[in-house]
Design a protein around this ligand. Structure first.
Ligand SMILES: [Zn+2]
Length: 296
């Protein structure tokens, strides 16, 4: 299920792309457009059922079991279920994270035993960039989560030719008139367009981190900073997060990892209050349990 704020209905970009699940012990987010799945909590493959073949890239943020316990089942189902069994799958995970071994070593063994020759294991370090289809770039960014736990956020975007900012205020007739006088490269410039950001487990980041993202998937374990239990790692609270998201120009915000201490009624009223106070105007969606899955 989900809670929706600042919108009458689910934005089309989310409804047509997102298949996900988030509860205390399991999180995953499949974004169909890029064939990318962020994290792989327990039960992700079972919940996706034959949509399990949609995942081309599995990007793991960190080694905690609520983000990784479903990796083996995903591989089992991709080899055992009738479907596109030979479809390539790249598993991207934090390089030099010792605790990741507990998931990656058995996954490599399983891939070898089942002869899954098209499964690639691709460790990635903060700052690394990986090309995706259609000119998209996947970028890994390190975030702060817990002492000694390497955690990555991921950003997907591409370079696009756009009208120079100095001409953006012109109407189409004025632009046509200008285009007849100036060569095309005088009118346009190449700009980075950020399409999707996934936070992993972390707290609020600087606005520039969100980079005008069309969609931001961010954890929001708590409502208020005083609710956070710093002993149990660093997590985000909604109150601190939203001003950064607003200033970062995010256009659709998807939240997850919400603590079970809050009942749905509390979440509905308190989230509404915090969102209004922040001045954030974009649609906000909280995923709790399953969204857009065959088992809904
Ligand atoms: Zn974690």
């Amino acid at each position: 299920m989900f809670l929706l704020f600042n919108a009458d209905k689910m934005p089309e970009i989310v409804a047509s792309n997102l298949q996900s699940y988030s509860c205390s012990f399991s999180h995953f987010f499949l974004w169909r457009k890029f064939g990318i799945q962020f994290d792989c909590g327990e039960g992700s493959a079972i919940r996706l059922d034959d949509h399990v073949f949609r995942t081309d890239i599995l990007a793991i943020s960190h080694s905690h079991s609520d983000h990784c316990r479903g990796i083996l089942t995903l591989l089992e189902m991709r080899s055992g279920l009738k479907g596109a069994n030979d479809k390539p799958l790249t598993i991207v995970f934090p390089k030099d994270s010792k605790p990741m071994d507990q998931w990656i070593i058995p996954a490599r063994d399983l891939a070898a035993r089942r002869n899954l020759v098209n499964v690639r294991f691709s460790p990635i370090a903060a700052g690394d960039k990986m090309p995706l289809q259609n000119g998209r770039i996947l970028e890994a960014i390190d975030v702060v989560h817990e002492n000694g736990e390497l955690c990555l956020a991921y950003r997907i975007g591409h370079q696009r030719k756009r009208l120079k900012r100095e001409y953006e205020h012109l109407d189409s007739k004025q632009i046509q008139a200008l285009a007849s006088k100036l060569p095309r490269n005088e009118l346009e410039e190449v700009r980075y367009e950020c399409e999707l950001v996934y936070s992993g487990d972390t707290e609020r980041m600087e606005p520039s981190f969100y980079n005008g993202a069309q969609v931001l998937i961010h954890e929001a374990s708590f409502l208020y900073p005083e609710d956070a239990d710093k002993q149990k790692g660093i997590h985000a609270d909604l109150k601190s997060l939203l001003p950064s998201v607003r200033d970062g120009g995010v256009r659709n915000l998807i939240l997850f990892h919400s603590s079970r201490r809050y009942g749905l009624d509390t979440l509905k009223t308190k989230m509404q209050e915090i969102i209004e106070d922040s001045g954030l105007k974009c649609p906000v969606i909280l995923i709790r349990g399953a969204y857009n899955l065959l088992t809904d």
